[in-house]
Design a protein around this ligand. Structure first.
Ligand SMILES: CC(C)(COP(=O)(O)OP(=O)(O)OC[C@H]1O[C@@H](n2cnc3c(N)ncnc32)[C@H](O)[C@@H]1OP(=O)(O)O)[C@@H](O)C(=O)NCCC(=O)NCCS
Length: 153
């Protein structure tokens, strides 16, 4: 799994029981998963088609630091299924506990909103990056290193 984003729970995220609102947590997953899917597939046109069950296991309070992790479960033809996990991060100990997790599915669409295939190159690149770097999204420096490996081959 790889870290996609970090978020601090603020006062305006709180619902009626002094806990972070469930819909906001869902939105955080959708944002992170959507941007992850787009970057992995080299396109801004990825739409959410399905959210699996979400169980909120731990309350989130103001000031809590949340880390959103994700990984690819499966590439389909036009679809991409991701596993997403939100963890509360303790800055004193570095310990993390799972707040919620779920699978989210995206579909690649064209300009008219119709499904189109995700390229084989994208799927192959993800598999290679997982093997070499343990993650699908690379920093600029890592991309340079990746290019050097490709140029050598
Ligand atoms: C996404 C959308 C274009 C797909 O159109 P569609 O006619 O349902 O597409 P298809 O039946 O051709 O299926 C396309 C893919 O979605 C998958 N899919 C369709 N219905 C699904 C369902 N109920 N559950 C899981 N996957 C589903 C198919 O398996 C297929 O995947 P594959 O190409 O990897 O095999 C259309 O449903 C849509 O526009 N939905 C609204 C998206 C949206 O607004 N999301 C919120 C904001 S991002």
């Amino acid at each position: 799994m790889e870290l996609i984003t970090t978020y601090i729970c603020k006062k305006f995220d709180i619902g009626v029981h002094d806990n972070m609102f469930g819909g906001t947590l869902m939105s955080l997953i959708d944002d992170a998963a959507g941007s992850y899917a787009s970057q992995l597939c080299d396109t801004p046109r990825m739409v959410t088609i399905k959210f699996d069950e979400l169980v909120f296991k731990k309350p989130v309070k103001v000031g809590n630091i949340l880390k959103v992790y994700g990984k690819v479960v499966k590439f389909g033809n036009s679809s991409l299924e991701l596993y997403m996990e939100i963890r509360k991060h303790n800055v004193y100990t570095g310990e993390q506990e799972i707040v919620t997790h779920t699978n989210v599915k995206f579909v690649r669409i064209d300009e008219e909103g119709n499904p189109i295939p995700i390229s084989e190159r994208v799927k192959q690149r993800y598999a290679e990056r997982i093997k070499k770097f343990g993650k699908g999204l690379l920093t600029i420096e890592e991309k340079g290193f990746e290019k050097e490996i490709v140029d050598l081959n």
